[in-house]
Design a protein around this ligand. Structure first.
Ligand code: HEC
Ligand code: HEC
Length: 270
């Protein structure tokens, strides 16, 4: 938790980052390669394994805090990837020390601000893909995406954490408040942000909008860790089902398009 406190207040300083990863301290290549992690998890001969990396149970509340803080450093996709992989670095080490935490940065704003897949899902998906075999990735990530489309964000929990921790997202109005919630009905950044703007009345460039996305990062990191913990324990079952309306459209148009997004978020029913 001390680490999380540091993140919340300062972000990761370059010095502590270097210390943590061992880079720049002149450690021998061997020590870098074999680290201190779980036996068998290390990169052998300098090439990182193509097999899923070891996963251990993580603390979802810590993931929430890390992702929220990380959003303000390098955006939404970075935040969820960072939250999960940095915790695995702490608990497993080994190959996780070799994975650049900045890797998912491109996903911000729905990929280079194009408003496509919400970066939180992109970042969490990359982390899930690191630890789970292909067949399970679709199940876990598919369910995470489905959950995202029907859940009001930011959650009550993220609002409560923000108020309790006194998140000061606007220097001119340094009082934390519970932010309004919206449900996107879509995994797209564009729809998610626009529907929140519509509900809340804040603009895209408002600090409250950034804070809303920060809390959303916390929510998705939390949920992804809950799902991964259940998967690791062998108790995960996918629960998301497309709406009856979408299922109806798919019954006739299943072969003319790809996807499970709510059809009527773009098409008019006929
Ligand atoms: C009972 C079958 C059936 C269902 C259910 C159905 N459609 Fe269609 N849809 C058709 C047919 C037939 C056409 C016209 C021929 C074609 O383009 O395939 C069509 C055309 C379309 C088109 C092409 C553009 C257009 O208007 O011609 C879109 C887009 C579309 N449907 C979307 C939807 C959506 C969204 C839903 C669910 C809300 C839906 N459809 C439900 C049968 C269906
Ligand atoms: C993010 C917006 C979006 C969503 C969500 C979406 N579509 Fe589309 N759809 C498009 C666009 C854009 C096109 C291509 C342009 C066009 O022909 O309208 C298209 C094309 C289609 C076409 C071919 C239309 C034609 O004229 O032949 C069908 C059929 C269709 N969509 C069905 C669906 C169904 C069924 C769903 C839900 C499972 C769905 N779409 C969800 C945006 C969307």
């Amino acid at each position: 938790m001390e680490e999380v406190e540091k993140l919340l207040h300062k972000g990761v300083s370059r010095r502590s980052f270097l210390k943590k990863t061992g880079v720049g301290l002149g450690v021998a290549a061997g020590a870098l390669m074999f680290g201190t992690g779980i036996a068998g998890a290390q990169a052998q001969g300098g090439v990182v394994s193509e097999s899923p990396l070891p996963y251990v149970e993580l603390d979802p509340e810590e993931a929430r805090l890390r992702a929220h803080a990380a959003y303000f450093r390098a955006g939404c996709a970075y935040s969820t990837f960072y939250a999960i992989v940095s915790m695995l670095r702490d608990k497993v080490g080994g190959p996780y020390n070799q994975i650049p935490l900045r890797m998912l940065g491109y996903g911000r704003g729905g990929a280079a601000s194009w408003g496509t897949l919400c970066g939180t899902l992109n970042g969490a998906g990359a982390a899930i893909n690191l630890v789970a075999p292909d067949a399970d990735v679709n199940k876990i990530l598919g369910d995470l995406i489905g959950w995202y489309t029907i859940t009001p964000f930011p959650s009550q929990e993220s609002n409560d954490v923000a108020v309790a921790n006194g998140y000061k997202y606007d220097a001119k109005a340094p009082i934390s408040i519970a932010l309004p919630q919206s449900t996107s009905n879509s995994p797209l950044c564009h729809a998610s942000v626009a529907s929140w703007i519509k509900v809340s009345g804040f603009t895209a460039s408002a600090p409250e909008r950034a804070e809303r996305c920060g809390r959303l990062c916390g929510d998705v990191a939390y949920k992804a860790v809950m799902m991964l913990n259940a998967w690791k324990a062998g108790t995960f079952t996918a629960t998301f089902k497309v709406s009856d309306e979408t299922a109806g459209c798919l019954s006739c148009h299943g072969d003319q398009q790809v996807g499970k997004m709510s059809c009527t978020s773009c098409h008019t029913p006929h």
